[in-house]
Design a protein. Structure first.
Length: 447
């Protein structure tokens, strides 16, 4: 997260300090708050209610404003010297509940303080959780980036002004639309601090805009907040209409490896996602099928995960979908049901305990393998597999539930259709693969 250094904070304090305006805004009031996210915090904020707030029972958008270093302390009026509260006081329409918390002397913006202020404001006022926005200047610009990284699922859009931050882990917030502002002549917070954050989001596929004022120094906040475009842009975003982008690793067998398999169909259903496929024909959970260790997912898992992270090019791995078990039911593995189940349990555990960069652990989805056709439809190497794979379904579900993973039953919906969907009783047509893909896609969207 953001790292602020004493010399930088001192420069920010000098550059952004000012005296509060003489004319108070009658719509503004002070409130105390406390909370505990990563650490206990308490503090105070100014809140401004929009025109018409008391005339309706409808919820309103929330705009959280994070001040610069010069406004720290105990004089709460300082948080209104710059930014949205100043603009509203000077007559700009401000159709938000504006909340401006204050950092104590010597402090900086932290996820704990930002989260506590958000919690209190959303509990105290009629806030539309679909339209929560964050902006801040200078030290508050750093805080805005901090908020984006810490609360990507709560913030509908963000506008950091002459800020910066720690770009490591920023890809996890790639779904948050960001409009960053900076002055090209800024010598307090160099424009490169915004450039590196914007560049990282762009590389992650994020929705990001960047405005550089060519003849402006550190005070990029007056032109940024003085333009109604930023407020209109914020209001144009809602959490409910956001397209969430995921990196999905799929591990399967020939049903996943085929050009018309369920993974290909999943890509069609989820064009915004990056689907990294490590399915291989003949793949198993933990057997050297055909005496080939490359078909053993337990042996290959570390390579699958590391190569998927490389292919994602800096994005975190969000989902791992395990669609194996069909080949584990072959006649050669008859009598090894318990071993198959234990292999699945070990595979899920290793996915969940892998040392991921940044520490973000992907969610796991276990897919029960589709059914086999009747024995008289099967080649000898698959005889009896129908009963074996049917027994996998409840056992795989139990493993998934115990591990906190999601479970997809691709067996039951296809049980009466294999004669039409799999001419050889094993390898499904594109129609059957689309059924599996739809089930997996629905699971990925489930919370």
């Amino acid at each position: 997260m953001t790292r602020a250094f004493p010399m930088l904070l001192a420069l920010l304090a000098t550059a952004a300090s000012a005296q509060p305006a003489d004319e108070p805004d009658p719509r503004v009031a002070a409130y105390g708050f406390s909370g505990s996210h990563t650490e206990p915090v308490d503090g105070q904020y100014l809140a401004r209610l929009p025109d018409g707030y008391d005339d309706t029972s409808e919820p309103w958008p929330l705009l959280l404003f994070l001040h610069g270093a010069g406004e720290r302390g105990t004089d709460l009026d300082l948080v209104g010297v710059h930014g949205p509260l100043k603009e509203a006081r000077e007559g700009r329409p401000m159709p938000f509940v504006v909340v401006a918390p204050q950092v104590p002397f010597g402090g900086r913006w932290t996820a704990a303080r930002i989260g506590a202020a958000l919690d209190d404001a959303q509990a105290r006022f009629r806030i539309d959780a679909d339209r929560v926005y964050v902006t801040g200047l200078s030290m508050g610009g750093f805080g805005t980036w901090e908020a984006v990284e810490a609360f990507p699922d709560r913030i509908a859009a963000a506008a950091p002004v002459c800020g910066g931050g720690n770009w490591i882990g920023l890809c996890a917030a790639r779904d948050v639309p960001v409009w960053a502002f900076h002055g090209a002549r800024d010598r307090v917070v160099h424009p490169d601090r915004s450039v590196e954050m914007v560049s990282r989001l762009e590389r992650c596929g994020g929705d990001v805009r960047f405005t550089v004022y060519p003849d402006v120094g550190h005070n990029a906040w007056d032109p940024a907040y003085g333009d109604s475009g930023v407020y209109d842009w914020l209001l144009g975003h809602r959490l409910s209409t956001r397209t969430r982008r995921r990196v999905v690793l799929t591990v399967g067998d020939s049903n996943g490896a085929s050009e018309t398999g369920w993974v290909a169909a999943l890509r069609d259903l989820r064009p915004a996602d990056v689907v990294v496929n490590r399915s291989v024909s003949g793949g198993t959970l933990g057997f050297d099928n055909l005496d080939n260790e490359r078909l053993n997912a337990l042996r290959q898992l570390d390579g699958y995960l590391s190569s998927a992270l490389r292919e994602a090019d800096g994005w975190p791995l969000d989902e791992v979908v395990i669609g194996l078990g069909t080949n584990d039911a072959k006649a050669v593995f008859d009598g090894r049901h318990d071993e198959v189940v234990e292999n699945l349990r070990t595979l899920v555990e290793r996915v969940q305990t892998y040392p991921y960069p940044g520490g973000a652990v992907p969610r796991v989805t276990v897919v029960a393998p589709p059914p086999y056709g009747p024995d008289d439809q099967l080649a000898d190497k698959y005889r009896g597999a129908g009963a074996r794979v049917a027994a996998f379904r409840p056992a795989f579900e139990a493993v998934a539930r115990a591990a906190g993973a999601r479970f997809v039953d691709a067996h039951s919906p296809l049980a009466d259709r294999m004669a039409e969907l799999a001419p050889d009783g094993v390898h499904m047509t594109a129609e059957g693969q689309r059924v599996v893909a739809a089930l997996v896609s629905a699971a990925l969207d489930a919370e």
